[in-house]
Design a protein around this ligand. Structure first.
Ligand SMILES: [Zn+2]
Length: 247
């Protein structure tokens, strides 16, 4: 088979798995090597003489790892927006877009009115800090309602939970007694927040991401691989608190 034909046959085969990647055919390599670059670009190095079916089987066995790596790498080198904190700008709350409306005065620093997000007018930095604080509180409320049921289903005691700025991580688990979440997570749809919550709760039992971890996560979130892909995509475009610097 010509290299070009071989490339496109491999590409098509992997597209059926939902894997969007760059394929390199290598005369020197003996095994299929998959790498995920910062930003989430997947490269699959394929030895010569491997059939597309065979390639699909090999990649399929590594799908869990792949979905997770894409999620991690996309978050590490993402395309996060920088906000201006001006009227009309879009801000997501649990997956729903709202328009920012700076207001002169209000009893509460942030008020949701329909699809509008009213924030007391101030400098961009101050408004951003106000919003971040508000997301943090919304997240803490949501976790307070949702975490007990999931922890119960796993059979683990409810750990301490807090929300803050975890930089490049959506969630973190500290030696079985504290789990933390990024405030920015609460811009995303609930099904993605649930995934991160379940992931950290499972870490209370399993430290790594091995078979035991996957089994427990699948029990809580049967479609976690699909959600993990969606988290990689949505997460890379999520606002992480950056605002345009003052002129
Ligand atoms: Zn983990």
């Amino acid at each position: 088979m010509e290299v070009q034909d071989e490339l496109s046959a491999h590409q098509q085969a992997l597209a059926q798995l939902g894997v969007d990647c760059r394929i390199e055919i290598s005369a020197r390599s003996r095994a299929v090597a998959i790498s995920v670059a910062p930003g989430g670009l997947v490269t699959v190095r394929v030895p010569e003489q491997i059939s597309p079916q065979n390639l699909v089987e090999i990649v399929q066995r590594r799908m869990r790892w792949l979905a997770r790596s894409v999620a991690d790498q996309t978050l590490l080198t993402p395309d996060h927006p920088v906000k201006q904190m001006v009227g009309g700008e879009s801000y997501a709350v649990f997956g729903h877009n709202h328009r920012l409306l700076p207001v002169e005065w209000s009893k509460h620093p942030v008020v949701v009115r329909g699809r509008q997000l009213e924030v007391v007018q101030a400098t961009p930095d101050t408004m951003a800090a106000t919003l971040i604080h508000w997301y943090q509180a919304r997240g803490q409320d949501w976790l307070g309602r949702q975490a007990p049921q999931l922890a119960h289903r796993l059979g683990v005691p409810l750990p301490k939970i807090n929300v803050g700025d975890l930089r490049a991580q959506w969630g973190r688990c500290h030696a079985g007694e504290l789990i933390q979440f990024h405030w920015a997570l609460f811009q995303l749809p609930v099904r993605l927040i649930e995934l991160v919550l379940a992931h950290e709760l499972v870490h209370l039992i399993e430290a790594g991401h091995g078979k035991g971890f996957q089994r427990l996560l699948t029990r809580l979130i049967p479609d976690h691989m699909e959600r993990s892909q969606a988290l990689a995509e949505a997460g890379s475009r999520t606002w992480m608190g950056d605002v345009v610097p003052p002129k």
